[in-house]
Write a protein that binds this ligand. Structure first.
Ligand code: NAD
Ligand code: G6P
Ligand code: MN
Ligand code: MN
Length: 433
């Protein structure tokens, strides 16, 4: 039987992971699921852990769910380690959103200054986790969701020796669903060739029943009646002529780069009216955990769909299934580039359609990205690399460099002000600085 260890097990997304393992139990016999959290997460872990135990019992499968506060205890013998933790919790995310906004800069969980700081808090922790994996279960695959997932994958690839890491995100599958909806067809008839970076990924070709229908799909997506997004991103439509000229399918996060002014105005209005996304999610979480605590609940509640990451565990279960069974199907993942995207370092992480084998993802080469998007992708890759270096070294000037070269930050002076403010606000979670 398979042993899975999930770090950040107290996450409200855990029931989705459990549902995924239940659904696949014949092909993917998970025998032990260990949910690991930190003592501060005890209340959440106990509620979600008990729900996970009820779900497994209700399904009648032979899977035991263990709760633990110790990686030392949980990791030995693991086949797969999934990570979905949030250093500093939603309180830290709210600061990542509010502080940049107060300078008139996008405040977002994975983009701009917020993404930089989430990386600075997260990367030292993921590197510790990888060192534990190398010691306690060196053959285990690390399946990471922890954001900023692209920067985190880059950091693990550059600063550890553990090759078995895959980063995941629900954005590609969301794009597939969005195209299907715009075309009025079932999602499983649409296939997209993805390439780029996490939250900076493009659809290069789009197929319906195997036929390339890119032009028809781009026309449908350009239609303001068909706006598709994620729950956490304002649903602003594209200029149809821009999409026609771009000639690839952008992801919902591209709005921060191609509609920066409008997105900033949206964020500023939301911050006043409903609170920032972290503040909204605090309310959603309260509702979810009240539901989870109800002992009559024995399945994943549909209210989880209010979260932007809904269906991300689906990606995890299907990736784990494909590695375990060597299925060689194609999935979009964050993995080492190895020359698949020309112009991005071979050793860097990219988000790209890959063949999934028992030895991990094999990225499908796309050559150079179209000139219209190549530069932005390279710029964000530079940002991720410099940010990862700052996270590992704790060097102030490197952090300032990362902040300043981010395209959402308009000047070196503002970068320094935002950096100083955020370093102070997040001090307790940044021991390296
Ligand atoms: P959350 O706030 O519920 O946190 C999950 C758990 O992490 C909490 O129970 C918390 O106690 C725990 N935690 C905090 N620090 C920890 C540490 N050092 N070690 C172990 N556990 C720790 O978070 P969430 O909203 O469920 O999101 C979890 C993570 O997944 C975040 O980083 C989020 O950005 C990311 N996420 C990624 C995707 C994706 O597409 N890749 C989608 C959704 C969420
Ligand atoms: C998106 C992303 C995730 C992100 C999340 C935010 O879809 O792919 O990487 O973290 O949703 O969701 P939330 O509900 O926390 O705002
Ligand atoms: Mn190793
Ligand atoms: Mn994501």
């Amino acid at each position: 039987g398979i042993k899975i260890v999930t770090i950040g097990g107290g996450s409200s997304y855990t029931p989705e992971l459990v549902e995924g393992f239940i659904k696949r139990h014949h092909a993917l016999p998970v025998k032990e699921l260990w949910l690991v959290d930190i003592p501060e997460g005890k209340e959440k872990l106990e509620i979600v852990g008990k729900l996970a135990q009820r779900m497994a019992a209700e399904a009648g499968i032979d899977m035991t769910v263990h709760l633990s506060y110790s990686r030392e205890e949980a990791l030995p013998g693991a086949d797969f380690v999934t990570t979905q933790f949030r250093v500093g919790m939603l309180e830290a995310r709210a600061k990542d959103e509010r502080i940049p906004l107060s300078y008139g800069v996008i405040g977002q969980e994975t983009n701009g200054p917020g993404g930089l700081f989430k990386g600075l808090r997260t990367i030292p922790v993921i590197i510790d986790i990888v060192h534990d994996i190398e010691r306690l279960c060196p053959d285990a695959w690390l399946v990471n969701f922890t954001n900023p997932a692209g920067m985190v994958t880059e950091a693990v690839l550059r600063y550890t020796n553990h090759e078995r890491i895959v980063g995941l995100c629900n954005v590609p599958v969301g794009m597939q669903m969005g195209v299907a909806e715009a075309l009025g067809v079932d999602g499983d008839r649409v296939r997209i060739d993805f390439a780029g970076l996490n939250h900076m990924v493009y659809g290069l070709n789009i197929y319906l029943d195997g036929n390339n229908i890119k032009q028809q799909a781009l026309e449908a997506v350009a239609d303001p009646a068909n706006v598709s997004t994620m729950k956490n991103i304002a649903a602003l439509g594209w200029e149809p002529e821009f999409i026609r000229a771009l000639q690839v399918l952008p992801c919902p996060y591209h709005r921060y780069y191609y509609k920066t002014e409008e997105m900033l105005a949206e964020e500023q209005a939301a911050a006043e009216e409903t609170g920032t996304r972290a503040e909204v999610v605090q309310g959603v979480e309260e509702e979810l955990f009240a539901l989870y605590a109800d002992e009559t609940l024995r399945t994943k509640p549909e209210q989880l769909e209010q979260r932007g990451g809904a269906y991300y565990s689906e990606a995890a279960c299907s990736l784990i299934n494909s590695i375990y069974n060597d299925t060689r199907d194609i999935q979009p993942v964050n993995t080492r580039n190895r020359g698949a995207v020309a112009g991005i370092p071979a050793e860097s992480a990219v988000e790209i359609s890959s063949v999934i084998t028992k030895d991990g993802p094999r990225p499908i080469a796309v050559d150079e990205l179209p000139v219209a998007v190549h530069g932005l992708v390279q710029q964000i890759k530079s940002f991720e690399r410099v940010a990862a270096e700052a996270a590992v070294t704790g060097n102030y000037e490197t952090a300032l460099l990362a902040m300043t070269i981010n395209p959402l930050v308009p000047s070196d002076t503002k970068a320094k002000q935002i950096l100083d403010d955020m370093l102070e606000a997040h001090r307790e979670h940044l021991p390296q600085f």
